[in-house]
Design a protein around this ligand. Structure first.
Ligand code: NAI
Length: 286
């Protein structure tokens, strides 16, 4: 029987979430996506108008189908957590049931269960500031959107992830090595995400036989990465210094996610898997 995947963090066809959805679809999975509320309208209308059709093409020539798009804001667990100014914000008021608990409730009502959970989202309002200049508010916001959002999604989805299922997030080497420019507490957020991957692998494995892994991806020119401001430099650096001197394609990360979600990876859990042309293994640039 085909598997069902929920991919959180898809709002265009340029990021890792889209590529992961495509690789999972190519492997036969049914795709549900969670799209950040402020980006929902433009994503859905672009999808409808065929703007993504070229990028929807799968290896067999068919187009990836997204069965349903759920509005999601992963910094809120329940409706009670949402402050008034967000509730009354025009973009948020236009849709409903977008807190984590409500999204999971809707997926449960619509489909009953899933097999694969993908977390491909991050946000750090002060990402362009060095850590020494990051405010408490900015730091906690980065951790809330980029780290706790994963704990919350897994916690709420776990009861409806079929045993043998798999959960995957995206991380970055700035968690363990100094990457100047990846600021605002985003390096801290990725360190937390990687540590949580191990603890959650234990807890979800024992509770529900669900595997939990994270992909440490190399640089990709996504919308989020362009907002950080140094993505072209990181791509050039990787091209110059990585063992494999080629540009990294989002599809390579997508294919790794499909592998990790498949029975081929049935003994892999709690792992940080590097998909970065090997750059992480270098000690110095050459
Ligand atoms: P992206 O812009 O395609 O994806 C980030 C998504 O997060 C966007 O769709 C955005 O709408 C969504 N988002 C932000 N705040 C949200 C919230 N509160 N609730 C729900 N959704 C929210 O960019 P990208 O780069 O593909 O990012 C995906 C993941 O890959 C992130 O975890 C990122 O840190 C990670 N990554 C990216 C690298 C890169 O070079 N692009 C390198 C290594 C990891």
């Amino acid at each position: 029987k085909g598997k069902r995947a929920f991919v959180a963090g898809v709002a265009d066809d340029n990021g890792y979430g889209w590529a992961i959805a495509k690789s999972l679809a190519a492997a036969g999975a049914e795709i549900l996506v969670g799209t950040w509320v402020p980006a929902l309208n433009i994503f859905e209308s672009s999808l409808r108008r065929g703007k993504f059709d070229e990028s929807r093409v799968l290896p067999d020539g068919s187009l990836m189908e997204i069965t349903k798009v759920y509005p999601l804001d992963a910094v809120f667990d329940t409706l009670e957590d949402v402050p008034e100014d967000v509730k009354s914000n025009k973009r948020y008021a236009g849709s409903s049931n977008w807190t984590v608990a409500e999204v999971v409730e809707s997926v449960k009502k619509d489909f009953g269960s899933i097999d694969i959970l993908v977390h491909s989202l991050a946000n750090g309002p002060e990402v362009t500031k060095p850590l020494l200049e990051t405010s408490r508010k900015g730091y906690l916001a980065a951790l809330s959107a980029s780290s706790y959002s994963y704990i919350s999604l897994l916690k709420h989805f776990l009861p409806i992830i079929n045993p043998g299922g798999s959960s995957i997030s995206l991380t970055y080497i700035a968690s363990e090595r100094i990457i100047p420019g990846y600021g605002g507490g985003m390096s801290s957020a990725k360190a937390a995400l990687e540590s949580d991957t191990r603890v959650l692998a234990f807890e979800a494995g024992r509770k529900q036989r669900v595997r939990v892994n994270t992909i440490s991806a190399g640089p990709l020119r996504s919308r989020a990465a362009k907002a950080i401001g140094f993505i072209d430099m990181m791509i050039d650096y990787s091209l110059a210094n990585a063992p494999l001197q080629k540009e990294l394609s989002a599809e390579e990360v997508g294919n790794t996610a499909a592998f990790l979600a498949s029975p081929l990876a049935s003994a892999i859990t709690g792992a940080v898997v590097y998909v970065d042309n090997g750059l992480n293994a270098m000690g110095v640039g050459v």
